[in-house]
Design a protein. Sequence first.
Length: 416
Amino acid sequence: SVGSGIGSRFGNVRIMAMASRRRSAPALRACALLVACLTAASLLPTALDFAVPSPSVGAGTRTSLAGSPGIGAAPLRLSGPGAATAGPARVPARAAEAAAATKKGGMDITLLIYFFLWYLGNYYYNITNKLALTAAGGASGFPMTIATLQLGVGCLWALLLWGYPDARSLPDITFEDYKKTLLVGFTSAGAHAASVFALSAGAVSFGQIVKAAEPAFAALIGTLFYGSKVSTAKWLCLIPVIGGVVLASLGELSFAWAALFTAGIANVFAAFKANENKKLMTTPGLKERIGNVGNQFALTMINSFLFCIPLMLVTEGAKLGEFLKLAGTSKVVLFNLIFSGLWFYAYNELATLTIKKTNAVTQSVANTAKRVIVIVGVAIVMGESLAPLKLIGCSIGIGGVFLYSVIDDLVKKGSK
């Protein structure tokens, strides 16, 4: 049967993963849930809106994960003699009560599931990414090839959503609009490629600790190149952020300068990406023509993939045949590469959707919790060091990041 065939295939993958590294088995088993999670996340808002419509969405529209109207969401209009105009899709009588409860502070089930899938995706992306990199030879293997193909997998998923009926509408942009998205794609490509190389050169937990210092890079780059204003309180909060990274570096048993350097480069690209994306979305009418968050991220993913291809060919093109042979014979490499690409796409889009539904303080808490879960969880699963000095540095650094995110609000409240 089809089910037994699929089960057999994944069983073989788990056996090979255990042979290469025993701790990888739980991660590979969880990867089998990815497509189900993606599908569930895509259908979730439509299903829940029928039972508990979001107070921010009109009665005549129902939004899917991708931001496109759900099936049966729009009113049906008939023309001709004696024509009648049908109203919005019917909702159970209790829906209004549920919506009112949500407004009064009731539990937002959709948001909770977004959080869960965002954390799950980020966690398993880091695991599957590291497994693929390790099985392919680490930093001396094919990090650029793996980074590029991960983006390629995400592009295929985006194209699938555009092509599948009622999943996602195409962006209605001109060629001039598309050219404006290229700079965001370039900076996104740099951030992703540098991050993957950092994770191939050192421990995942250490790379995540360094990446947690991104606010320091964002503050500096925003001030120097974009005229951003950063308060004195925020500048002071960067002291524990940088100090925490230094302590974590001293406590990292498998410290590698390449991991520290490339994670820093990733932070630089990420800071430029955030500023360029902010500029892009303030272009009059462009946000409406792109359509939704899903389309925006899909365009960024496609552009990033196109920018990474030349770099991949320059750096690792000579041994591309060797990688293809490895991927064909090692299902640990192949399956973790595919799943890491899907996890990467899924968790980034879910993160954007989650952030849009929350306020600044909730975002700060969520990002802080996410980093702690990923750093500690991945370190345990992958058997990485959690030396006391590293944990202290991690705590100080992430605490500084959280304080950086909320310090201006705290100062305003204190001055009242």
